[in-house]
Structure formats: C-alpha cells, structure tokens
Design a protein around this ligand. Structure first.
Ligand code: IZC
Ligand code: ZN
Length: 433
C-alpha cells in the first residue's frame, strides 16, 4: 500500500532537520544538526506525513510532485523578537547617528522610540495593520513562517491595545504563526518624566485586560539606563507572571544592569540583547531554561564594537536563539538571513548553531517549541526551499535573499522570480549558487 499525499517535494540535496525537543537546545546540543542528503518530504492536509530518502519515494502516491532540483530545504525560520507594528519611520536620525549622537541621547531628547510613539498614536488600527503587513510579507519572502511582534509604541492604553489588535488582525489574515507581546513599558512618556513609577503602574494595570482579551501571550520591558530599572522590571514582570503571561525582557543591551540575572530568577522564556551581560548572568543562564535571544543586527546598526558573547554563552551550556529585532530605530531590516551571517561573522557561531538558533530555539523562545522550528511527521508543513547547495552556504553569502520558495501548511506562499528573466535563459541555472 502506498502512502497517499497531496504533495511530494523530492530531489532535495540537503534536508535540514533540527532536533525536535521538548526544551531548547543548550550548549553542546546546539552543535548537533541532522542533515539528510538526497531526501524527500510528503505533505497531506497541511501536515508533514513522510520524511525519507529519494530512493524511497516510490512508496508515496502524491497528487502533486515538486522537484527541488538538489536545493536545500529547512523548516520555516522563526523570528522571535520584532517590533513589527509601528507608525512612521526615523531616517532623519541617521544623520544624528553619523554625527555621534547615541541611541539613548536621541531618546532622552524626545526622539527615537518617542518619535515612533507620536506617529503610532496618530495612525489608525487599519493603517498600522496595513503597514505591518508590508513588512510581514517581506519577512515571509525571507523564509520566516513564525514570529513574535511587540507593542510598545503607544505608552497609553488606547494605542497599546490598537497595536495589539493590529497584530491580532494580521494573525487572522496571514498563514504565519504570530505571537504577540505587550511591551507597554518600552519608554517613559515625557508627561511622566519624573514619575516613571506611576507610568509603570498604569502599564501594569493593563495586564489583566490584555490577558483576558487574549491580546498577548508575553509581557516585556525595556530594562536600561534612563528607561526602567531592575527594580521596576522585577515589579512589572512579576505582576505579568501572576496574571499568566510569558516573560521576556530587553536586558543588558547597553549597560550591564543585571537584567539577565533577573530574567533567570523569574523563569522568563527569554532574555533578549545581552550585549553587556555579566559573567555571573551567563553562568546563571547556562543553568536555566531561559533562552538568550541575541540580536547582532542591532549591534551592527548601532555601530558598536562589542557584540553579545554568544561563544561564552553556548560554551557555558546556554540556549541561544537569533532574531532580527526589526524596528524603525535600532535595526531596520526584516532579513533574518542577514542576521545569520552576522552571527557567523561577529558572534562566531557555527553554521549548525546558527540554524538551530533560527529554528528550534527561536520557536522555544516564543512558546512555539512544540509547533514550529522543526520538520517532523504530524507537524505543520512549514518549510523553505533555498537556492543554496548546502546548509553552511547561507551565512557565508550575506545580505541577499537565498529563499527560492516558502511553503506554509504545505502551500507555496512565496516564490522568487525565475532566472532567465533577462537575456540568458540558461545562465541562472548554470550559476545557480
Ligand atoms: O524603536 O528604538 N531598543 N527598543 C529598544 C527599540 C530598540 C526599538 C526602537
Ligand atoms: Zn527590541
């Protein structure tokens, strides 16, 4: 008896199979990456029903056959830290940055996040959703099939809820898995400049409604000099945990305040940034279930010398994931593949570690460990066919889009323009990689 399937993707040169695991992959486990050569996968009703070798495809009776022509296939990528929904843009700040004005200086003068808050308050929910959809479609085109999106550009009830509603609308419209995070304490509005505790109390007061209306799965806070202290972060995150939300924190990005230690002590799902994390924090991280979500695109974009100590973290036994941090100020890119290259070049992560960090570990960082990030029978068939000859190639060839086609629930949702559009129809084929 042949196994019936809707779709058989065959002639896969390398099939990247991050380990399905109840927990994020830590330390040495991150170095392991199963790669099946000359492989094929079969899909039925949006789910993976078979994974095997090319030589075994006769056992499948598929309605449709898709020849991968020796290309590489991986699970859909997972981007576990984005500020997807916002109004306006901040290209005017680039000249200030060139003149040496720092990110926190721009913020303290009412620019930066506060400028985006101004534009986000003015936009309608529909406008925000439409603008975010443009960025989301670009993310999908880069191979992302699951992601997280934060609020944090309202700093008041109405606009925070408007942002979260826009995320909800996108999650109902797009086939991607979209996880929503409430980041009310993202900056201190000027009207609360000397009263940050009062502002924090207001944001804390929204947690219950957000949970009740299922508007977010996580809560997050920007713990940084001039923004929120460790004390305040602890208060807010503790309240969020009591209400039943998952925890995230923007920790130790610029100054080593101890946000990583706090995240571990609260059992947060992730601690994000960690450029200035202490050795004690890293040691605690390695013993914990918290995932370090590293954002090397932000370090690159802010022009900093010091990158997060990914090597120390992994070698100590920690779980690391990678994300874009896509936002209009400190990392303006939807391209997670570019982040994979920065992880190789700046964080000194190996290709195996990088693939695990943008799939299985990224999924765990946003509570999707049992749903996204791996290719396994009975899981949703979210996968990417890449124009690369092997898995090591992607971080090596930087700054471009290697995705050939992106499948979500077994349906092709994006495909690049075929080669041969120009004058030499065969040129693209010969020089494919
Ligand atoms: O809009 O600048 N770091 N929050 C904390 C951000 C960057 C986003 C932004
Ligand atoms: Zn962020």
């Amino acid at each position: 008896m042949k196994l019936k399937a809707d779709l058989l993707v065959h002639n896969i040169g390398q099939l990247i199979l991050p380990k399905a695991s109840q927990k994020p992959l830590k330390g040495q486990e991150m170095k392991q990456l199963k790669v099946m050569k000359e492989a094929a996968i079969a899909v039925s009703e949006g789910m993976l029903v078979w994974i095997g070798h090319q030589s075994e495809i006769k056992s499948i009776d598929a309605a449709e056959y898709y020849d991968a022509e020796g290309k590489t296939v991986s699970p859909g990528l997972v981007d576990p830290h984005t500020h997807l929904v916002f109004g306006g843009s901040r290209e005017d700040e680039l000249a200030l940055k060139q003149a040496g004005v720092s990110y926190l200086d721009i913020l303290s003068k009412g620019g930066g996040i506060l400028s985006t808050v101004h534009a986000t308050r003015k936009a309608s929910e529909e406008e925000l959703a439409e603008k975010a959809a443009f960025h989301l479609e670009r993310m999908i085109s880069y191979g992302v099939t699951a992601l997280e999106a934060k609020s944090g550009y309202g700093l008041e009830r109405e606009t925070e809820l408007k942002q979260l509603a826009a995320v909800k609308k996108l999650s109902e419209t797009y086939p991607v898995r979209l996880i929503s995070t409430f980041l009310g304490p993202h900056a201190i509005p000027p009207s609360f400049k000397e009263h940050s505790d009062e502002f924090l109390e207001e944001m804390t007061g929204l947690l219950e409604e957000i949970k009740r209306e299922n508007l977010a799965q996580f809560a997050d806070i920007f713990c940084e000099t001039g923004v929120f202290t460790i004390e305040q972060s602890k208060r807010f995150l503790t309240a969020a945990r009591e209400i039943g939300l998952g925890l995230k924190i923007h920790a130790d990005e610029i100054d080593p305040l101890g946000g990583l230690e706090l995240a571990v002590s609260l059992g947060a799902e992730s601690a994000d940034h960690l450029v200035a994390a202490s050795d004690e924090g890293i040691a605690a991280l390695a013993e914990s279930g918290t995932v370090a979500v590293l954002l090397p695109g932000t370090t690159f974009y802010l022009g900093k010398e010091q990158y997060a100590k990914a090597r120390e973290m992994i070698d100590a036994g920690a779980a690391v994931a990678l994300a874009t941090d896509f936002n209009p100020g400190s990392c303006v890119t939807e391209n997670l593949q570019m982040i994979m290259s920065l992880a190789a070049l700046k964080l000194k992560m190996s290709a195996e570690e990088i693939w695990n960090a943008v799939t299985v570990n990224a999924a765990h960082a946003i509570g999707l460990g049992s749903r996204a990030g791996v290719l396994e029978i009975s899981r949703q068939a979210d996968f990417v066919i890449w124009d690369i000859p092997n898995y090591q190639y992607l971080p090596y060839h930087f700054g471009v889009n290697h995705a050939n086609s992106v499948f979500i629930k077994g349906i092709k949702r994006w495909e690049r323009v075929p080669y041969g559009t120009f004058s030499l129809p065969e040129a693209g084929k010969a020089g494919r990689f």
